[in-house]
Design a protein around this ligand. Structure first.
Ligand code: CCH
Length: 296
């Protein structure tokens, strides 16, 4: 089967809360990133190290967050990973500071911390990933290509390889893209999706439905821009969520019900970070306190 066994938790909960706090404090202190936060790029690193999983892979190169292979140049050079070195470098000091902490655990914990510190929901997280060698680097073209414009394509990635339902893929993409922005020097696309790119919200869904999206008139890649302010963007794959009627009903649901949107996202992002990993029964899901909750 296409799963790898996680090792039993090597540290008690309190130790992981300490690492969480270190990451959160660094997020608070370092604001020299666009929009003032490294949080969004950490959310993206956690997703890209997990999103290479293929549940049907006959070659047994399963991908996913388990093996921490984005530390190798070969995986960093996947065109879809352009711009993520910044996030790896941000987290690197904690790899050195804490022994027995794998890259897979560090990068997924970084995503969990960023979501929670950017006012998002609590994300359950489990440790035990192991750093594996170069032969565990996943092949390219597993991460989604934003220029694709069909529901069939989006489903081939999120259902075919990752095993998520229509509702789950809509939730993941829409809450993920409430955060951060596209960078011309990374992906070739440009701009943020929402007016509050450092807050976890359901705004992506509202804007996708309410705004009139037109193809942007520029020399760059095909992307969409809102007619009212011309300051926001949608990728071709994002527009599929509005055009495909089976996706659209979930866009409508999440635009209306922020609470459901956040609780569904918490569940599905947590499962994304654990794709292809079997945890021992003794490893209970951990839920970290935010800095604010600890009075820090
Ligand atoms: Fe994404 N994303 N993503 N995305 N993404 C980009 C940026 C972010 C796609 C393409 C892109 C998810 C799904 C998809 C984030 C989270 C998630 C960029 C710009 C592209 C292109 C990168 C750049 O230029 O820096 C495509 C295609 C899909 C699926 O079809 C999912 C799922 C998530 C998380 C749950 C976040 C956050 C960013 C902003 C990063 C930043 O640096 O600000």
């Amino acid at each position: 089967t296409n799963v790898r066994e996680a090792s039993a938790a090597v540290k008690p909960f309190e130790e992981y809360q300490k690492i969480y706090n270190d990451i959160a404090e660094k997020l608070r202190e370092e604001d020299d990133r666009d929009d003032g936060s490294y949080g969004p790029v950490l959310v993206r690193l956690a997703w890209h190290c997990s999103g290479t999983y293929d549940q049907n892979d006959p070659s047994q190169n399963k991908g996913g967050s388990y093996a921490g292979t984005m530390r190798f140049q070969q995986e960093q050079d996947d065109p879809e990973n352009a711009g993520l070195k910044v996030a790896q470098d941000f987290l690197e000091p904690f790899k050195t500071k804490y022994s027995n902490l794998s890259y897979g655990d560090l990068w997924t914990l970084g995503g969990v911390c960023a979501i929670q510190e950017l006012s998002g929901p609590k994300i359950k997280w489990r440790p035990g990933r192991k750093d594996l060698g170069l032969d565990a680097v996943p092949p390219y073209h597993r991460l989604p290509d934003a220029s694709q414009e069909t529901g069939e394509y989006v489903r081939s990635v999120f259902n075919g390889r990752l095993g998520f339902t229509d509702q789950e893929m809509v939730c993941l993409i829409g809450v993920g893209h409430a955060l951060g922005r596209c960078h011309v020097d990374a992906s070739g696309y440009d701009g943020p999706w929402t007016f509050s790119p450092t807050m976890v919200t359901n705004d992506f869904f509202k804007l996708l439905l309410d705004e009139d999206w037109k193809i942007r008139d520029w020399d760059g890649k095909k992307q969409y821009t809102d007619s009212s302010t011309k300051s926001l963007m949608m990728l071709p794959t994002d527009m599929v969520l509005k055009k495909d009627s089976k996706f659209r009903k979930y866009v409508e649901l999440y635009a209306k019900d922020e609470e459901k949107c956040m609780s569904d996202f918490a569940d599905v992002y947590s499962r994304l970070l654990e794709r292809g990993i079997k945890f021992p029964d003794s490893t209970k899901p951990m839920v970290f306190k935010t800095l604010e909750e600890q009075g820090l």
